[in-house]
Design a protein around this ligand. Structure first.
Ligand SMILES: NC(=O)c1ccc[n+]([C@@H]2O[C@H](COP(=O)([O-])OP(=O)(O)OC[C@H]3O[C@@H](n4cnc5c(N)ncnc54)[C@H](O)[C@@H]3O)[C@@H](O)[C@H]2O)c1
Ligand SMILES: O=C(O)C(=O)C[C@]1(C(=O)O)C=C[C@@H](O)C=C1
Length: 307
């Protein structure tokens, strides 16, 4: 049985995309939405991200059978506590957060009497706010669902079907495994991108402003994700600290090995490493996972500005 009344808390990139995707792919469902920002609520109404933009979170969830929290990881607890009294007893609670263990704990503690099944659509862009969302964000992307140990299989199946209806491919794993995998595939790349932009900018004092000026395709492609929302990524790193620090240590060791190879002139080590890693990157493109889709938050979404 699919969901009939879906409440979306947080109407930015993820919440807006869910609202637009529900309208396109689950037209029989009704959506309500709330955002803590009055400006974002107004813009969400203008863009018709949901059927009804509500003035309070309680109003948004009052008749919902599915509630999805689409707020920064650090805001999940407060957002959930805000709706505790108004939430129908049989409503399924989920989220889209980029880290899972900390959010599962926060939602479970805030809503101890509800079924909570966390999820994470591994789909996004560097844009944020109510102008960033689009209906096809989840198309052919993974959505990782991290159910609690003793999950109601009927509710889990409902949530899986929901994300598949929005175009996602669903994978189920533990929250702990999710946090380790995403630490290396998503969180660490963002940390490195943010870092190298800062390094390049600081170097401009030395190079009279030429570093950013002469940054071409490589720097631009590599650092696209450094334009992502600071609130979200502050929260992601702090909520997944252990896994991020584990992966950062391993990355630092590998980088140091390449640093040594350069210092001692070990060209064979460099060549072999680059040959192996180029093949890995090319395998991603060959699997059709490359995100050059025209609607991937670029093209006609260039107007989408970070909030
Ligand atoms: N950006 C991505 O690529 C991406 C991808 C997958 C998952 N996520 C996750 O999705 C969640 C939302 O990220 P986003 O990219 O949509 O961010 P966003 O900044 O575009 O949207 C978040 C929205 O939540 C609102 N908000 C903040 N606190 C709130 C509260 N207490 N109550 C109600 N609204 C509140 C903000 O005003 C904003 O409009 C985060 O947990 C993030 O980790 C993001
Ligand atoms: O494509 C981008 O801009 C993203 O950063 C999307 C991205 C990622 O791939 O790291 C970012 C955060 C998520 O939780 C999931 C996806």
């Amino acid at each position: 049985m699919s969901f009939a009344r879906i409440a979306i808390i947080g109407l930015g990139l993820q919440g807006g995309s869910i609202g637009l995707a529900v309208r396109e792919f689950l037209p029989q469902a009704r959506t309500t939405g709330y955002d803590v920002s009055p400006d974002h609520r107004a813009r969400a109404a203008e863009r018709r991200l949901v059927d009804s933009v509500c003035d309070t979170a309680a109003e948004a969830v009052r008749e919902a059978d599915l509630v999805i929290f689409c707020v920064p990881p650090g805001a999940m607890a407060m957002a959930a506590e805000t709706v505790r009294e108004a939430l129908p007893a049989d409503a399924l609670v989920s989220d889209v957060g980029s880290s899972k263990q900390a959010i599962a704990k926060a939602l479970g503690e805030a809503l101890p009497d509800h079924v909570v099944i966390p999820a994470h659509p591994v789909a996004g862009t560097e844009n944020s706010g109510p102008d960033a969302g689009f209906a096809h964000l989840f198309r052919n992307r993974w959505c990782i669902v991290t159910p609690p140990a003793r999950v109601d299989m009927v509710r889990l199946s409902q949530l899986v079907s929901f994300w598949e209806a929005l175009g996602a491919n669903v994978e189920i794993m533990t929250a702990e495994h999710h946090d380790l995998v995403l630490a290396v595939t998503s969180h660490l790349p963002h940390l490195i991108a943010y870092t190298i932009v800062g390094t390049a900018s600081d170097l401009e004092d030395v190079t009279q402003g030429e570093v950013i000026k002469y940054s071409a395709g490589g720097f631009r492609d590599f650092t696209r994700i450094a334009a992502s929302d600071p609130t979200m990524w502050r929260d992601v790193f702090l909520s997944n600290k252990e896994a991020v620090l584990t992966m950062l240590q391993r990355f630092s060791e590998d980088l140091t090995a390449l640093q040594r190879a350069i210092r001692v002139g070990d060209g064979d080590t460099l060549f072999q490493h680059f040959t192996r890693t180029r093949a890995i990157r090319r395998s991603i493109i060959e699997e059709g996972q490359d995100d050059s889709r025209p609607d991937f938050g670029r093209g006609d979404h260039d107007s989408a500005k970070n909030s």
